[in-house]
Design a protein around this ligand. Structure first.
Ligand code: GLN
Length: 202
């Protein structure tokens, strides 16, 4: 299995390191052709405005938009914003594959960054501490989005089929539980989910 990590901007290095720590082959993705070697993709944190600009100028936006229609993807922070249906900002062009609206920098200037314990017992992690950095808040717009973790009553780790999104930075916590969940529970479901969609279409 090879997982690509979008490497145009933002915190991609730690994602690569965490995947390697889990024994997964990981490649920094800078060109559209590299996607053909990937079984899944991580969109890291950074700035969704800058990332949109670079995705378009590097000719990657359309390639990723098509890749994420049929492959597992994990978006963290700015990456989660890019998976939403609407980022409420004309400078951000999301891939629109998760039924949710992202409010950028929603915790406000006063609370730039913070860490908070999350109950991740549902995915087998104990005492998980999540790092939020100028994080978005998510408003889910359909029941097909599953909430895997909340913080202060808000969804912070959500999944819709093959797409997983975290409003925080799992690559900055020593525990690789969420990357493991992506590798073990989201990526292998690719075929099942695609097959289900085809059946539903008929
Ligand atoms: N505030 C950033 C944005 O709007 C996200 C911050 C992050 O990825 N840590 O894109």
């Amino acid at each position: 299995m090879t997982i690509g990590v979008l490497a145009l901007q933002g915190g991609f290095q730690r994602h690569l390191a965490m995947l390697e720590q889990l024994g997964v082959e990981a490649i920094p993705v800078r060109y559209a052709q590299q996607l053909t070697n990937c079984n899944g993709l991580i969109l890291p944190g950074g700035e969704s405005t800058t990332m949109t600009r670079l995705l378009e100028s590097e000719g990657l936006w359309a390639a990723i938009a098509s890749f994420v229609q049929s492959h597992p993807v994990f978006g963290t922070c700015a990456g989660a914003i890019l998976l939403s249906k609407d980022a409420q900002d004309a400078r951000v062009k999301p891939f629109e594959i998760m039924d949710m609206v992202a409010e950028r920098n929603a915790y406000g200037r006063q609370v730039d960054s913070f860490s908070a314990p999350l109950d991740l017992s549902g995915i087998g992690a104990q005492q998980y501490n999540a790092v939020f950095i100028r994080a978005p808040q998510l408003k889910l717009t359909s029941e097909s989005v599953d909430i895997l973790a909340t913080e202060n009553g808000r969804p912070v780790l959500v999944r819709q089929g093959m797409a997983l999104a975290a409003t925080f930075h799992p690559e900055l916590t020593a525990d690789p539980a969420i990357h493991r969940y992506f590798i073990e529970s989201v990526v292998p479901n690719q075929k099942t989910v695609v097959a289900k969609k085809v059946v539903a279409h008929v």
